[in-house]
Ligand binder design. Structure first.
Ligand SMILES: Cc1cc2nc3c(=O)[nH]c(=O)nc-3n(C[C@H](O)[C@H](O)[C@H](O)COP(=O)(O)OP(=O)(O)OC[C@H]3O[C@@H](n4cnc5c(N)ncnc54)[C@H](O)[C@@H]3O)c2cc1C
Length: 419
């Protein structure tokens, strides 16, 4: 769609949040356009075919809290098959380097950590004094580095940067499903009917006049109302500027930075495909934080998906193309044997911190900043509205949380246009 000069509602960003907002407004009678900087929709939801028989979700892959996840019903409506196989995260295939009794000991330590964190959150809520989740680690516990590694996967950062109150606010029903054709593909299909301008990077939102003026890489348009859904790191860095400035939003975004999680997809040769279990799991190291987690043959596909988070993922990105795959292969070889060096071939990987329109993977609240989600979500003057995963009170960091936040912002637009 070419850029109109005037519109009722402009939505900035065609990720799950922006698409959720646009779909919620489709029968409203308002004219709507989604302005997207990339050449595709979906944002941090992106499925690629890494090989003819390997579907790879480079961003979101799991329907977290699936019993409460609005994308489950959408998948059913759109005929996207849902895979309800339990995630293998607590298993170790072949007990490689991590025997059963050790795993049970670790899981106990992890559960104890979460229990202490829950108590600490209750206390923080009553005293008003939030702190870093790392304070809930038991001093000297041998599993602390691995508990921190789990945080790098879940939060995209180590526990010293995670607010206890925010961690406690997340609603995890512990039911996690997948979309066989890819979560990114589902979100792209969900967004397909939305009116859209691609390659359209917004640089300025001027709300000083009667109408909101939006400067983009394709020209200028005016809107009655605007929904902003871009990731927090872009608001924090003022990659999109507001005039007059909105320092409260910039501060809120800085309290909710995106952590980093990166994925790498490795092809398996035919012989090892038969030797490895479908939906198996491996953790390379159990006594350090800088280590990957591996999903063997997801959906039975001939591949291994690796996952890295936090400072280690950042260092691997900074080391340049190929570093993530090389690290993953080294770690798998250390568990399964030298033969795997020739059995594995890098197919694709992510570099979310270097992605100019994401600059990270998903948001976490810094200690003391859990309340910033509500600050970021609050409308300004009945004309500027904010959505995106970081604004979700209980499902932040997820795709369904992002979608639901877009629907919430659309509801606010409708309520304010009736006044
Ligand atoms: C590796 C990884 C694994 C993940 N795993 C899961 C998972 O298993 N389950 C889950 O639920 N979630 C997961 N997530 C998180 C999930 O993908 C995100 O929370 C969700 O997709 C965010 O949606 P959003 O609409 O808030 O933001 P985005 O998807 O980032 O959408 C924002 C859009 O704004 C656009 N944009 C940015 N700047 C501009 C500009 N100046 N002008 C115009 N457009 C702009 C961007 O290009 C983007 O399309 C994962 C993410 C990553 C990176």
């Amino acid at each position: 769609m070419s850029l109109p000069t005037e519109i009722d509602v402009a939505i900035i960003g065609a990720g799950a949040a922006g698409l959720g907002a646009a779909r919620a407004l489709e029968h409203s009678g308002l004219s709507v356009i989604v302005l997207e900087a990339r050449d595709r929709i979906g944002g941090r939801a992106h499925t690629i075919m890494a090989a003819p028989s390997v579907t790879f979700d480079v961003g979101c892959g799991w329907l977290h809290s699936a019993d409460k996840n609005s994308f489950v019903g959408i998948a059913e409506q759109l005929n996207f098959e849902i895979d309800r196989t339990r995630p293998p995260w607590r298993e170790q295939s072949f007990d490689a380097g991590f025997p059963f009794l050790e795993r049970m000991d670790f899981i106990q330590a992890l559960d104890d950590f979460y229990e202490r964190a829950e108590d600490a959150a209750t206390e923080a809520a009553s005293t008003g004094r939030d702190s870093a989740a790392s304070t809930c680690l038991e001093p000297g516990n041998r599993w602390n580095p691995m508990i921190d590694a789990i945080s790098t996967y879940i939060n995209g950062c180590e526990l010293d940067a995670v607010s206890i109150l925010d961690m406690d606010a997340y609603e995890d029903s512990e039911i996690n499903w997948r979309v066989r054709r890819g979560y990114g593909a589902l979100i792209a299909a969900y967004g397909a009917p939305c009116p859209l301008a691609l390659h359209c990077e917004v640089t300025l939102i001027d709300h000083s006049g009667q109408r909101v003026r939006i400067e983009t890489s394709q020209g200028t348009l005016t809107a009655s109302q605007v929904i902003v859904t871009v990731p927090t790191n872009l608001i924090a860095a003022e990659a999109i500027r507001f005039h007059p400035a909105l320092p409260a939003k910039v501060d809120a975004a800085r309290g909710l930075p995106l952590g980093l999680a990166d994925k790498v997809m490795l092809a398996l040769d035919d012989e090892s495909n038969d030797a490895l279990p479908k939906d198996g799991s491996l953790r390379a190291a159990t006594m350090r934080t800088a280590t990957g987690a591996f999903h063997l043959r997801p959906f039975g596909q001939p591949c291994i998906e690796g996952f890295y988070g936090g400072r280690f993922a950042r260092a691997l990105e900074d080391a340049g193309d190929g570093a993530l795959a090389a690290q993953a292969i080294d770690e798998i070889v250390s568990l399964l044997g030298n033969d795997y060096r020739r059995k594995l071939k890098p197919l694709a990987g992510s570099r979310w911190a270097h992605d100019p329109f994401a600059r990270g993977s998903y948001s976490h609240a810094l200690p003391g900043h859990a309340a910033m989600r509500a600050v970021l979500a609050a409308p300004v003057d009945g004309r500027l509205f904010f959505a995106g995963e970081a604004t979700s009170p209980n499902f932040f960091s997820t795709a369904h949380g992002a979608r639901d936040s877009g629907e919430r912002a659309a509801g606010e637009v409708l309520a304010s246009s009736k006044v």
